[in-house]
Design a protein around this ligand. Structure first.
Ligand SMILES: [Zn+2]
Length: 269
């Protein structure tokens, strides 16, 4: 019995590896019901799961599952202890925790990109999982762990891919990797930067050049004027300083009749 069970598992694993890019170590997301069933069946998950799947496994769960087990109280204390020993994977419900089943479903959304296995005894959850292609489903029956055969939805998806109607997630990933390696795809940030440059590039620059030409003439003229003024100021300041040195108090009488610029010069002294 055990050998046939393992043969089936090996066959299913091969199917998921070839069509969905599932790789070792297999990441198995557990919920509270699976932990409880393992406890009742006295199944040592850390020992038996790798032996059954003939591969390295990682037992994972989420914060939402742990919180749900905490709220359920003493009846599920043992299941909570099992779940607490698992690796906690980040879920999108950081602020507001949701139910364990809802959380696990969200973890395998968008084509199960992290290649999670889902291990649950929850019939509703497993029905929803089966409606999405590419998610290996595990459960415990008669005190033994079972990897479920690929769901009809999963098989239909693979057939559609083979007939060329769809592109599998695994293929999409490999295509993206090839494009990145050849430099055909760039980061979205770089794209945005380039787009901004293209939009704001030519017109403002051409406008600036024209303005610069007009500004240069104006500025050169104004600079000349300024220079002349400065020369006058210097001359007045020189006169003032000479007068200050020579006449002392008489300098202030002169200042009341001065222009503003000359007054500023006077303030220095
Ligand atoms: Zn969550």
């Amino acid at each position: 019995m055990k050998i046939t069970r393992q043969k089936h598992a090996k066959k299913h694993l091969g199917f998921f590896r070839n069509n969905f890019g599932v790789r070792e170590p297999y990441q198995i997301l557990l919920d509270g019901t699976f932990c409880q069933a393992a406890l009742r069946g006295r199944i040592q998950l850390r020992e038996q799961l790798p032996r059954y799947l003939m591969a390295e496994t990682q037992l994972c769960t989420t914060r939402c599952v742990l919180k749900e087990l905490e709220t359920l109280g003493k009846d599920l204390y043992g299941a909570k202890l099992i779940a607490q020993k698992c690796q906690v994977r980040n879920c999108p419900h950081f602020k507001n925790a949701v139910s364990g089943s809802e959380c696990l479903l969200s973890m395998v959304e968008d084509g199960n990109p992290h290649h999670y296995f889902l291990a649950t005894q929850d019939q509703n959850l497993s029905m929803k999982v089966k409606k999405k292609p590419g998610i290996p489903l595990m459960f415990i029956i008669q005190n033994t762990i079972v990897l479920d055969k690929p769901s009809p939805k999963t098989i239909a998806f693979v057939k559609a891919v083979e007939s060329g109607q769809l592109v599998s997630v695994h293929e999409k990933q490999s295509i993206r990797q090839l494009k990145e390696e050849q430099g055909l795809v760039k980061d979205p940030e770089q794209r945005r930067r380039k787009k901004r440059k293209k939009v704001s590039g030519p017109n403002p620059l051409s406008c600036l050049k024209k303005k610069k030409k007009t500004q240069d003439t104006n500025s050169s003229a104004s600079e000349k004027k300024r220079k002349r003024k400065r020369i006058r100021n210097r001359s007045t300041s020189k006169v003032l300083s000479e007068k200050q040195n020579a006449e002392g108090h008489l300098l202030f009488i002169h200042h009341e009749a001065c222009h503003l610029q000359e007054i500023k010069v006077c303030c220095v002294y």
